[in-house]
Write a protein that binds this ligand. Sequence first.
Ligand code: WT7
Length: 630
Amino acid sequence: MIKSIDDYNNHYKSSVENPKKYWKEYANNFIWKKYPNKVLAWNFNEPDVKWFEDGKLNITENIFERNENNKDDIAIIWEPNEPDEKNKIFTYDQLFKEVCSFSNVLKKMGVKKGDRVIIYLPMIPEAAISMLACARIGAVHSVVFAGFSAKSLSDRINDCSAKVVITSDGNFRGSKVVDVKGVVDDALKSSQCVENVLTIKRTGSDVSMERGRDVWYHNQKNLVDDYCPPEEMHSEDLLFILYTSGSTGKPKGVVHTCAGYMLYTQFTFENVFQYSKGDTYWCTADVGWITGHSYIVYGPLLKGAKTIMFEGVPTYPDASRFWKIVDKYNVNQFYTAPTAIRALQSFGKQYLEGSSLKSLKVIGSVGEPINEEAWNWYNDNIGKNNCPIVDTWWQTETGGIMISPLPNIIDCKPTYATLPLPGIQPILLDNEGNEILENNIEGNLCIKYPWPSILRTTYGDHKRCKETYFSTFKGYYFTGDGAKRDDNGFYRILGRVDDVINVSGHRIGTAEVEDAINQNIEVIESAVVGFPHEIKGQGIFGFVIIKDSSEKIDYFNSIRETVNKHIGPIAKPDQILIVPGLPKTRSGKIMRRILRKIASDEFDNFGDISTLLNPEVVEEIITNYKTLNN
Ligand code: WT7
């Protein structure tokens, strides 16, 4: 573990001068079924990246068998939605048995190495258990956030031809009980590939079970053994697929493979959180996102850490819930998103009264740029000016944290993710692809050299992976983010430079929302942009052209409902403006930059609009916008 600034400098230097040696040494920390001799083969043009190609391993063996001496340590503390309900605590030994039983149930259902399994679950222990069970038997999991609609779910099921879906009867979320199994049933009306649905009982809600297809997990669990041998995996075999939105088309299945992901999540977890044995660590994300994969499940468990999984939401029963949980378990490392910080800040300080928060040593932020005000509030009220804030920049595609301070080693600076971790070689390029050598100038953030958990492909469509990440700047991985560097070499991430909106730390593609809006029968065409939103970071703004109608229609709610149905609640536009036309170039492309300005309350400085086909429409849109906002 990196313990000082000299350590960091030495690590960084050797990781850049001799990356293969650096990562090979780190690989010695793990159990290999076959020790790898080849460390790295790569080519960013194809792209083709292989780490530890000739090695064989199983990631769960590195969680359970490797940590066998600590088998009575606590692995997962599960905190339920209702504060009065009893929590569940799993030691490594108990978790191991749960995972093995689950593996054996999957095997009995005919799931084999390489088969895809969709996990559509609330934040219950089985979410982590089922992921690990897949990994144990070499099946490829693809977790879908349980807030996604039936349509989004079936798109993902079909894209990866999943054989099994794992779900639950329902989801306790704040004061609501959300139907989960019903969404799966709906999704499966348009999916042919799924043979079985394995359902976990959580809420006790009435659900319909289709004979021959649907099975209750609790009935199966008692019929199987609680040991399952680990499947031998090649380093580059698929570990999981996780779907994420881009600027065009449908979400793509980001592929991560076994060995590299294992090394890098453990490495970043231990260094960024400076986790020491006995510490209690809590990441508030949902396992449906990469943060949950890497920093609730894999990273902490590989390290043998004690990790908290929370079923509920930050504001239930009230806005003191997070802080009560921190005190209840004496949390030492706490990792959350700026949107949660801003939301809790907005409820007022009275919700902090009665919580000491004195166990905290490190507090973290992830998912979107953290604004200075939120940073200061977090620092003063949660960290009590006594905990380094790790502002961690990374992506679904990077698998693990890329740029972040190391607590008490690298200084924290509000709104700066600061320095790259060992093995990460960032570069800023201008729009022509030239390296920006000066400091304090914004550029496109790219990475020069592979790190162990870089995405390998987008499932079923390698060309898309190449075009999205490796073609804009030849020879580099392009992150889609803008960034600048200060005189200390600290990086500040400025946000997406493509048509991706970051809503509450979740990536939403504008094209996807437009497609959904256009499904509304009243809609002719739409354009979607992000705009600054106090709590969410960015909100979704839809400019919509509608059909002539003599009826009085509540367009706002009707369109939001359409989006809800097609994608899910997270993609519902915050604002909708009915417009007579959209600003387009002569080649028919929507000039979003104009709409972005208008949605941010700016009505001039539109830049070069000489290629605009219909400049008059801009004035009309502004007039409508001003009317809407008065
Ligand atoms: C995008 C990736 C990585 C886990 C959660 C989101 C933005 C992420 C930061 C940060 C500024 C950040 C970027 C990135 N982002 N962390 N610390 N500072 N921006 O994963 O859904 O794949 O989104 O989130 O724009 O590209 P994701």
